[in-house]
Design a protein around this ligand. Structure first.
Ligand SMILES: Cc1cc2nc3c(=O)[nH]c(=O)nc-3n(C[C@H](O)[C@H](O)[C@H](O)COP(=O)(O)O)c2cc1C
Length: 400
């Protein structure tokens, strides 16, 4: 068998940026994916992403100077990541935060490679970029959506008003961790299959690709945990995948050890849907904090500013940003961990490079099996292929 035919994953091309490993690490707030995780994923060949949401909580003056603290911390983490990698780096921005435009400015000033825009439809974003004088910039823009319809809204608006379309799009299904863009009853297994969302989005986007003579890769996220998951979703038209939970249990992830252990100790049934104070469902690992909130208890707090546009801070039972930051720092009594539906699969803390090697091996197992089936036909019983024999070989042959 000619291994060379098989030992590459197609790179993810976003404009003029070529990402060797077609994996976008999900931006995870608050303070879960900072420069440590982002630079490690970028060094492994993927896109490492810093989450900007409430990033200033890592600064001592956050409660007094929240806006400045957020900007300062984001700039610091981008610069730190740059010293640790020459790879592709991104920032995850939530359109729903009140200082979204200020954080966008910092990311653009720092010439970040990509910006992923989630939690809202960034329809006016190009206007802001032009108004601020950021023309001919290097940064590529990737909206994150939960449906082909939402992608169409953004693409149509940008096309009509700015004669421009996004450089890629992330479509995230209902199995993701964190806040979810679905109704609660859509969050059951297979109610809205990611494969269907990907196919619909690819179809929707193809119209704009022709119109603008530009390739716009669709990146799939939510519940993707193994190389097998990657391979399968890419068969449905995704050119890359976005993975969050899988990277939490790595040495390089910026969360505390206690946060990571929450993943390792979680069972499937511990991963639950919560009603987030911001008015969206979210997926998290059940703990005493969540039990108390479900029982009607509140955690009084002082809101020094309204960080989320939609948060009714006088009525909500607790501050979600504070709870997530507490958890990131290991204070699980005063917070909880967001997690994707497959987070319970984590069994140990590994390095990012080991995670990536496992992903590649699983991916290639799928690819080899399919290749052999197509090449030799049904006569070959795939079980007879001893993939374990290939594992020592794989790191030595040039993997994508
Ligand atoms: C702990 C955690 C925190 C997250 N924080 C954010 C965030 O701040 N902003 C955002 O847009 N998405 C956030 N997400 C979603 C991830 O970026 C990613 O899209 C999602 O985790 C993909 O699903 P997976 O975890 O099953 O791989 C978070 C997810 C997790 C698990």
């Amino acid at each position: 068998m000619n291994l060379n035919i098989l030992n590459t994953m197609n790179p993810l091309k976003i404009g003029n940026i070529e990402v060797k490993l077609p994996i976008v690490q999900g931006g995870m707030g608050v303070a879960i994916s900072l420069s440590g995780l982002a630079s490690a994923v970028a060094n492994a060949g993927g896109i490492g992403v810093i989450s900007a949401v409430a990033i200033g909580m890592t600064e001592p003056d956050y409660m007094k100077n929240y806006r400045e603290a957020n900007k300062r911390a984001l700039r610091r983490e981008i610069r730190k990541a740059r010293t640790l990698t020459d790879g592709v780096l991104g920032v995850n921005l939530m359109v729903a935060v009140t200082d979204y435009e200020e954080l966008l400015t910092v990311a653009l000033e720092e010439k970040i490679d990509v910006i992923i825009l989630g939690a809202g439809l960034p329809v006016k974003m190009p206007q802001y970029v032009t108004d601020k004088g950021f023309n001919n910039i290097h940064t590529r823009f990737i909206p994150k959506v939960s449906s082909a319809k939402a992608a169409k809204v953004i693409f149509s608006y940008w096309a009509k008003n700015f004669n421009h379309i996004p450089d890629a799009v992330v479509v995230e299904g209902p199995m993701a961790g964190g806040h979810l863009g679905f109704k609660k009853d859509e969050l059951q297994d297979e109610m809205v299959p990611l494969s269907k969302l990907v196919e619909e989005t690819v179809r929707e986007i193809s119209f704009f690709e022709k119109e603008f003579n530009k390739e716009v890769p669709v990146i799939a996220g939510g519940g993707i945990y193994t190389g097998k998951d990657m391979y399968k979703i890419m068969k449905h038209g995704a050119k890359g995948v976005k993975m969050g939970s899988r990277f939490v249990t790595t040495h390089e992830c910026d969360a505390s050890l206690k946060f990571k252990e929450t993943y390792i100790n979680a069972k499937k049934e511990d991963i639950v849907i919560i009603n987030s104070p911001v008015g969206l469902p979210g997926r998290a690992i059940k703990n005493e904090f969540i039990n108390q909130i479900n029982a009607g208890n509140t955690k009084p707090f002082k809101c020094s500013w309204k960080c989320l546009k939609s948060c009714d801070f006088r009525a909500v039972p607790y501050c979600i940003a504070q709870a997530l930051f507490n958890a990131a720092r290991g204070n699980m009594d005063e917070g909880f961990a967001f997690a994707g539906s497959n987070a319970y699969l984590a069994k140990k803390i590994q390095s990012v490079s080991d995670v990536v090697l496992e992903l590649k091996i699983d991916y290639y197992k799928m690819k080899y099996t399919e290749y052999i089936r197509n090449y030799i036909g049904d006569k070959v019983i795939p079980d007879r292929i001893n993939f374990e024999d290939l594992i020592p070989v794989l790191p030595r042959i040039k993997l994508a």
